[in-house]
Design a binder for this molecule. Structure first.
Ligand code: PGA
Length: 240
């Protein structure tokens, strides 16, 4: 079954998040043969969870969490608290966190271990910059991230998102044939873990990725926050 992970980043406030659910609920209730995971801001998690009584077909994800279960960690969010609040998936190591907040592979690794220990499914993001790709280093960079991030992590309980940094939020999506090569590489290094593609996925190009056997789904940012585009995207993938 293919995945559609909606990463709402910090785009929407609580009210707009609920409005978006209301606008896409027609399609969400019809989704079949697809794992849809919605990752709103922390503050919207419980509101969104409450809409599940409408028998909407999705799971809830968080966009990050801390590596400790409890303690003196001002401003952080515990993986066990996320589990208790109904979250099933957690995005870890998104390039925006790596670049804006200096999140290192060591930190990503600790978070992955904590998320698995808590019984949540991590979605690990890896990917190269434009410069690294131009220098022919994309495969090396992604392989190195995997080696460092996955120390002591159970590779059978993880989703990996291949997200080339130059494709995120730019409208310059990666050619599906190029994504396929990177997915094959990631699968060969992770005992065949499910690999999702992320970076400027929208309703128009989603099918070209999901139709590929080695693409186990998509991680969608901006397009998943626009009701019409998100509805069409779900429709286009459900029809495959
Ligand atoms: P985008 O973001 O779809 O807006 O390019 C993807 C992501 O960062 O997860």
């Amino acid at each position: 079954m293919k995945y559609v992970i909606a990463n709402w980043k910090m785009y929407l406030d609580a009210k707009k998040s609920l409005e978006l659910i209301a606008e896409v609920k027609g399609q969400l209730s019809k989704v079949k043969g697809l794992h849809v995971v919605i990752c709103p801001s922390f503050l919207s998690l419980s509101d969104i969870l409450n809409t599940k009584h409408l028998t909407l077909n999705f799971d809830l994800g968080a966009q990050d969490c801390f590596w400790a279960e409890r303690g003196a960690h001002t401003g952080e969010v515990s993986p066990t608290d996320l589990l208790e609040s109904g979250v099933k998936y957690v995005i870890i190591g998104h390039s925006e966190r790596r670049q804006e907040l200096g999140e290192t592979d060591e930190m990503v690794n600790k978070k992955l271990q904590a998320v698995q220990k808590a019984g949540l499914m991590p979605i690990l993001c890896v990917g190269e910059t434009a410069q690294e790709r131009e220098r022919g280093k994309a495969e090396e960079v992604v392989s190195n991230q995997l080696v460092k991030d996955l120390v002591g992590v159970d590779a059978s309980k993880i989703l990996i998102a291949y997200e080339p940094i130059w494709a995120i939020g730019t409208g310059k999506s990666c050619e599906p044939s190029e994504a396929v090569k990177m997915h094959q590489l990631i699968k060969s290094k992770t005992n065949n873990a499910p690999v999702l593609y992320g970076g400027s996925v929208d309703d128009k190009n989603v099918a070209s990725y999901v139709a590929e056997e080695v693409v186990d789904g998509v991680l969608v940012g901006g397009a998943s926050t626009k009701p019409e585009v998100f509805t069409n995207l779900l429709k286009n993938v459900s029809n495959l």
